[in-house]
Design a binder for this molecule. Structure first.
Ligand SMILES: C[S@@+](CC[C@H](N)C(=O)[O-])C[C@H]1O[C@@H](n2cnc3c(N)ncnc32)[C@H](O)[C@@H]1O
Length: 209
């Protein structure tokens, strides 16, 4: 971590003991702990919830539940976050922390493919956090769009993909191609307003007109 990152983290809200413990546990016991949103992005997701007051959120890609717990913290007490994870092997890890959260009643965990789970929720959504298979971002976007109310927000993580989106020549790997397809799609979509925050690995915020 560079000095500026350290400075930022020492001048924003703390993530709290539960999330610190989760992060240590993930770093020791999981293969890809870098997939966790982390301190800064977690506080941003919480802050977005504080500002927007979404009543129904969907998160695509739970992994450890780190971002889920952050968003749940920022929700109004009667709001719900549906978080969807395809890998059932993550259940023990995430539930160890979700069950200890004072905000656990706001969290509903679903195991399965988001493409199947989202239509079965029967919810109109105020906010969606896309953070799963990079090859399928455009598909997730098309899937959730009809369920998102006008004025609702989609947040998509990793949309700069380690800078590879701007590499010349553009890398041909499927994950980068998936992110490029998503970024190009939303660039052309007149139904939305969008910005890319150059934060961490790129965070796109989309507002449905
Ligand atoms: C980057 S991690 C999520 C990190 C988490 N949102 C956070 O910020 O702490 C991506 C997760 O998406 C899951 N995933 C991949 N494809 C999926 C799908 N089609 N439906 C649901 N989950 C999926 C993966 O198993 C993985 O655990």
């Amino acid at each position: 971590m560079n000095l500026l990152d350290e400075y930022i983290l020492s001048h924003i809200d703390r993530q709290g003991e539960l999330l610190e413990e989760l992060t240590r546990d993930a770093n020791v016991n999981l293969l890809r702990p870098r997939m966790i949103a982390g301190h800064l992005q977690g506080r941003i997701l919480k802050m977005l919830c504080r500002i927007l007051h979404p009543r129904r959120i969907v998160e695509i890609g739970t992994y450890t539940g780190y971002a889920t717990l952050c968003m749940a913290e920022g929700l109004d007490s009667d709001a719900i976050i549906h978080t969807i994870e395809i890998d059932e092997e993550m259940e023990d890890f995430m539930m160890k922390y979700i069950t200890r959260s004072p905000y656990k009643d706001r969290i509903k965990v679903h195991f399965g493919d988001a493409m199947d789970v989202i239509p079965s929720l029967g919810e109109t959504l105020d906010m969606v956090f896309i953070d799963a298979d990079k090859r399928l971002y455009a598909d997730y976007y098309d899937l959730v769009f009809p369920y998102l109310r006008a004025g609702g927000v989609i947040v998509a993580d990793n949309t700069l993909w380690d800078g590879k989106v701007a590499a010349i020549p553009q890398p041909k790997d499927k994950q980068t191609s998936g992110i490029l397809r998503f970024n190009d799609k939303i660039k052309e979509d007149a139904r939305i307003e969008k910005v890319i925050l150059p934060l961490r690995d790129g965070l796109t915020i989309i507002w449905k007109k």
